[in-house]
Each structure stands twice: as C-alpha cells, then as structure tokens.
Design a protein around this ligand. Structure first.
Ligand SMILES: NC(=O)c1ccc[n+]([C@@H]2O[C@H](COP(=O)([O-])OP(=O)(O)OC[C@H]3O[C@@H](n4cnc5c(N)ncnc54)[C@H](OP(=O)(O)O)[C@@H]3O)[C@@H](O)[C@H]2O)c1
Length: 272
C-alpha cells in the first residue's frame, strides 16, 4: 500500500470525488472532507463496496470556519501514523465583478481557497515530515492569468500555485513532494456554484473546446506526482494554454483580457 492515509478535501463532488475513487486502492485509510455529509457518506459507501479493505472516514467540515478547521486538524492528527497524501482540493469561485460581490462570499472564497490550504499543510507537516508523504494543491489554469469578473478567484489560485512551488523547494530532499494541479475548465458543480443569480454567464469564446474530464485531470495529477512534477496542466490543450499565457507580454494580455465578455447583471445590459 502506497499510503497509510489519504486526505481529500472537497470530496463531495467533482474532482474530489474522482480523486477519492482513484486513490481508494492505494491507501489503508482515507478521510473525505466536505460540508455535505450525505454526499461524502454515499461516496464512501460506493468506494467501500469496490475496495472493502480501505477504512473511510467521513469528516463533515466547513473549511471557511476557523473552529471547524481546527477540529478537522485535531481529528486528522489523531489518525494512525503512516505515509500521507494531503489533497487540498476544496474550492469555489464567484463569477461577477468585485463591486457587486457578497462580502460573505468574498470571505468564504479566501478562507477556503487560501487559508484552509495553508493551515492544513502547516498543521500536517510534522506528520508528513515524520512519515513521508505528498501534497497536491488544486490551483487552476487561472493561476497564470488575471481575469476580470473572476479576479479574486484567479488571484486565489495564483496564491495556491506560488505557495506550492515555494513549499516544494523548501521540502526538497525531505521525503515530501508537492504538486500544484492546474486544470482548465472541467464539467463539475463548480460553474453552478460560482454562478450568481441574475448574471450573464459571459463565457469566453471557445471555452467548451478546453474542457477536460474529471478522470483525465485525476490521472494526469497522479502521473505528475509520481514523476515529481512541480505543476500539472491536465491535457495538451491546457498545457499549451498555460505556456502561451506565460509567454504573452503583459501589455498584450491586458488588451486581450479587456475584450473578454463580461459577467454582468443580466438587466444592466453591458459593462457598467
Ligand atoms: N471545475 C473547473 O472547471 C475547475 C478548473 C480549475 C480548478 N478547479 C478547482 O478544482 C477544485 C475542485 O472543484 P470542482 O471543479 O470539483 O468543483 P465542485 O464540484 O464544486 O467541488 C468543490 C468541492 O469543494 C467543496 N467545498 C466548497 N466550499 C467548501 C467549504 N466551505 N468547506 C468544505 N468544502 C468546501 C465542496 O463540498 P461541499 O459543498 O459539500 O462543502 C465540493 O466537494 C476547486 O479548488 C476548484 O477551484 C476547478
């Protein structure tokens, strides 16, 4: 068995659910973390049926709440020692301009997408350094670009990618690998959660062409981790887009992104 413990945050749907299924055969124990307890329990039930040997712990937790993050860490620290994979995957977005964003949603996005990632890594590093292990932090292709009407989300993912790269170098040669996973668009619940009521979708032209499947993202991430990659851009299209974004001069990127269709309130009829 490769791991004694695999921790998946955001395990109740989308990529987290895919990771839980893909990793069940590679660990003695798996902790599934998300707010929707019924969802993680039914995923656990399905995974147990196909992998009867794995112990699955369902830990309901709102990662936006400091007290719940602390209690989660306590529970995770109490699990039997062993090589550990921490998958910081929970995250959400909020389509629309910052001026009209709900303050609660702003705080929640920053707590889940950034603070929870750092606190879980920091709180579990003693275990990871003692027993060995890996960290996968789910960033995004958006980490390589600034996005109007998705500015905070893109900035939060730039934070995750940069944090992961720095951490990877800090931990080099100490038995803990760190990977930043940078998917492009994937069909999950992400889009509907990020969508504001009454707002136009304002999708980028050709966005549908970029879509990658959950399975493709999960298998690319696990392959990349095994190879010791610093970042994984699942699919050739997403990888090429990442390269293009990093090679494009900032002045040109600003011009292109200024032409991006806006995600504005449907009734306003255009950019305010
Ligand atoms: N889908 C995409 O196009 C895409 C592209 C690039 C990167 N990503 C990133 O991939 C990761 C997974 O997203 P997904 O696409 O799989 O979307 P998803 O289906 O909406 O899954 C998001 C997961 O995060 C959990 N979560 C959200 N807020 C939480 C909170 N406050 N506390 C605990 N858990 C919370 C959700 O669980 P509960 O609601 O049950 O709490 C859910 O399990 C995210 O970090 C996202 O930013 C997604």
């Amino acid at each position: 068995m490769e791991y004694g413990l695999v921790i998946v945050t955001g395990a109740s749907s989308g990529l987290g659910e895919g990771f839980a299924e893909a990793l069940a055969g590679r660990t003695r124990c798996m902790a599934l973390v998300a707010r929707r307890q019924n969802r993680i329990e039914s995923i656990a039930q399905r995974v147990r049926a196909s992998h009867p040997g794995v112990q699955i712990l369902c830990i309901p937790c709102d990662l936006a709440q400091e007290a719940e993050r602390s209690s989660l860490l306590e529970q995770l620290r109490g699990i039997t020692p062993g090589r550990t994979l921490l998958l910081n995957n929970a995250g959400s977005g909020d389509y629309g301009e910052l001026a009209t964003a709900d303050p609660g949603k702003i705080r929640q996005l920053m707590q889940v997408n950034m603070l929870a990632v750092v606190e879980l890594v920091h709180g579990l590093l003693p275990r990871l350094l003692r027993d060995g292990g890996d960290i996968i932090n789910t960033a995004s292709l958006a980490a390589d670009v600034f996005l109007p009407d998705f500015a905070l989300y893109a900035a939060s993912k730039a934070f995750v990618a940069s944090f992961s790269e720095g951490l990877r170098l800090e931990l080099a040669g100490r038995g803990v690998r760190v990977l930043a996973l940078c998917p492009g668009p994937v069909h999950t619940e992400f889009g509907s959660v990020a969508q504001r009521v009454g707002f136009d979708r304002g999708d980028m032209p050709l966005k549908s062409w970029f879509y990658t499947t959950v399975d493709e993202v999960v298998s690319s991430a696990l392959r990349g981790l095994a190879k010791g990659c610093a970042r994984v851009y699942p699919s050739a299209k997403v990888w090429a887009s990442g390269c293009l974004l990093r090679l494009t001069p900032l002045w040109l990127l600003r011009r292109i992104l200024a032409m991006r269709p806006r995600r504005v309130a449907a009734e306003s009829g255009g950019v305010p």
